[in-house]
Design a protein around this ligand. Sequence first.
Ligand code: NAP
Length: 275
Amino acid sequence: MNLSGRELAATIRADVAARVAQGPAPKLAIVTATADEASAWYVRSLATAAGKVGITCEVVDLGPAADTATITDALRGLAADPGTHGVILQTPLPAGVDAREVALAIDPAQDVDGANPESLGRLVCGLPAYPPATAEAVVALLDHHGVPVEGREAVVVGRSTVVGKPLAHLLLDRDATVTVCHSRTADLAAVTRRAEILVVAVGRAGLIRAGHVAPGATVIDVGTHPTADGGLVGDVDADSVAGVAGALSPVPGGVGPVTTALLLRHTLDAARARA
Ligand code: NAP
């Protein structure tokens, strides 16, 4: 089965557009400090998606030479602006910038991608917070396609603060039995083959192959890697895994569009929470 995210993303966007139309336009600020082309492409596509649902989007480009103080000051300025409802701090950050320190400067009320460590802490403790949109998108995709989570063996490959850790928590919250793998996992394939639900967020194109997957397992590919011909591939070798998995999310068109749609929903929720 193809676990496409396009239909779900369109449903979320339509719902957001309908709700936006009922009140003042929310505003999203994207703070960027990189010359990375893939990042620039992502920012442009997010700004376009925001515009289509009636959300105003401001890109605050601090340039690749920005330091910790410059980025922190920009985020504090946005925190003090009642007209800005959502803030996204785009990665990668310039070398030498303290990622945790700058993320702490995002106002949790504007933290629509759950980047402030305080948001993650609140999430883990069951307090209101916006979850990182990619992690939330994985669970939304499972729900949309009717994949049961409760009581099942879920394996997450990757333990980043932005995807792996929050996702492990969200799956745990849904009563899955969760194992998290990382670069020091001794026998990755032995662990991933236990998974009924396997989520891969490692940032290594094609790392997961048929031998990593149990027959019939549900596989969600979070990875995104631009190819030389302008395409996109994931962390899962789709040709190899498709013959073994029961269901697989595509790249592109799986987790990505749902992530974008959820960022828009969070921005609208943040705006209405302030109203
Ligand atoms: P990251 O911060 O680089 O973290 C990668 C994680 O994978 C780390 O925990 C690392 O382990 C682990 N890892 C690396 N090589 C491994 C290996 N050979 N075996 C097992 N684990 C390994 O990456 P990220 O930010 O989480 O992003 C992961 C991927 O998701 C990237 O391709 C990124 O582009 C994509 N992404 C997609 C979306 C979306 O909306 N679709 C959003 C965000 C990210 P250690 O902790 O031991 O180093």
